[in-house]
Design a binder for this molecule. Structure first.
Ligand code: ZN
Length: 422
């Protein structure tokens, strides 16, 4: 794997990779050929990185065509492995890998571990799914590549996790954030914290509040908690991770180009604004992605990172574009309201947003529960404070109503937050 030293070098690799990918896909995939022909674009039209914007988008629905080998751009006998995910919205996706794809994935996953400070001498307990899922295979290959010891326990089974953490003197654990919290609580329940040597937690980037992060670190007595990104279509886990500064996720811009676009207009958003991640791979052989709409939302973090890495950064994953609402011309994501409320005291974690139309005008009512031990005499202050924050951070006017603790519906599954009655 190349050692990238400058932005210029990154741009050169990106242009080279973009030209290669478009030509490769056009010449070897009947799907991409049709797709480009329909958009009236030829590989020779790609001369600069700006020409990326001329290419048509690829969407999750395209992965349903040519099942079980969607987007396939190599002869099938060059495929050495497949992985599959059900996706968050049904319908199984199958992605193919050549020998080189597996090698590339392993290489950049090793880079992710190195960024988290994991290497020889570390013992990495991999508590994620193996099999058809990409997670286990990715974490395992990257771990072996950096020369750390892999302990492939797989997901679940708290008993076994606790036993191995002690017996194997695990130093790094890889899991989801909900698993990390469960494990952390279990360590304390069993009173075994002084026998736990975990200094680093690497968790899949799902929405996880700052207070949950703090709790996880405290439970383990660990030094670092890293967010690693992942998408089956983009090899699997590992295409980005935060560094020890924890000021955003560095992503491997020599393996893919990241665009952050307004999900409605599909035009680039300004730096710092939330948009949908759209990815174009630069070296992927079996199932290349060209302007693939991931539906994941984040924002670009501009400027150099204090760690000195040349790799650009984006924020944590802030939700899905399918959850976006348009209110008085402003794009709003439930995650933004989450962010505002999670910084507030005196309220519970439950809220919902009601959108109504009165006299041809849109209104937003945000219902927020008072904290279990909260004092109703503070309601007015809290309400005004939240209204002010929504106004200044999302730039819309909302009417906030504080309700009693337990008034809002609870769900064991993902809670419904938005009620659009317009
Ligand atoms: Zn950094």
């Amino acid at each position: 794997m190349q050692d990238i030293k400058s932005k210029q070098e990154l741009s050169r690799i990106q242009l080279e990779g973009l030209k290669w990918t478009v030509k490769h896909a056009y010449e070897n995939s009947p799907f991409y050929k049709r797709h480009f022909d329909r958009a009236g674009i030829k590989p020779s039209d790609i001369k600069t990185l700006d020409d990326l914007a001329r290419l048509p988008f690829t969407e999750a629905d395209h992965l349903k065509e040519n099942y079980p080998f969607p987007l396939l751009s190599v002869p099938v006998d060059q495929v050495v492995r497949i992985h599959s995910s059900s996706g968050t919205t049904g319908k199984r996706k199958i992605l193919a890998y050549t020998k080189k794809d597996i090698q590339d994935w392993t290489d950049f996953f090793a880079r992710a571990y190195k960024m988290a400070g994991i290497g020889p001498g570390d013992r990495v307990q991999i508590a994620v799914g193996y099999g058809l899922w990409t997670a286990g295979a990715g974490f395992q290959a990257g771990c072996e590549k950096v020369g750390a010891m892999a302990i492939p326990v797989g997901p679940g089974n708290l008993e076994l996790q606790c036993k191995f953490m002690q017996d194997m003197e695990t130093t790094c654990i890889c899991c989801t954030s909900s698993m990390a919290l469960l494990l952390g609580e279990e360590i304390n329940r069993r009173g075994i914290r002084d026998r736990i040597k975990v200094h680093t937690i690497i968790q899949g980037s799902e929405r996880c509040s700052d207070s949950m992060r703090k709790a996880i670190l405290e439970h383990f007595g660990a030094r670092h908690l890293f967010d690693i990104t992942g998408l089956t279509e983009l090899y699997g886990p590992g295409p980005g991770i935060d560094c020890k500064e924890h000021k955003g996720i560095h992503y491997w811009a020599d393996y893919y180009i990241l665009e952050i676009l307004d999900p409605e207009t599909l035009e680039p958003v300004e730096d710092g604004q939330i948009g949908e991640m759209v990815v174009t791979t630069l070296r992927k052989e079996a199932s290349p992605l060209i302007r693939y709409r991931t539906r994941d939302l984040t924002r670009r973090i501009s400027g150099p990172c204090p760690c000195g890495s040349v790799f650009p950064r984006h924020d944590r994953i802030l939700g899905r574009s399918d959850d976006m609402i348009i209110f008085r011309g402003v794009n709003i994501y439930p995650g933004q309201i989450d962010e505002i409320l999670s910084d507030m005291e005196g309220i519970s974690s439950e809220y919902n947003v009601l959108l109504e139309r009165r006299d041809g005008k849109d209104f937003m009512i945000v219902k927020v529960e008072r904290d279990n031990a909260g004092d109703p005499s503070w309601d007015e202050d809290i309400q005004r404070h939240i209204e002010k924050e929504i106004k200044s951070q999302i730039m819309v006017s909302a009417e906030v109503r504080i309700v009693d603790y337990g008034d809002l519906p609870r769900s064991e599954r993902k809670s419904r937050r938005i009620y659009d009655q317009r």
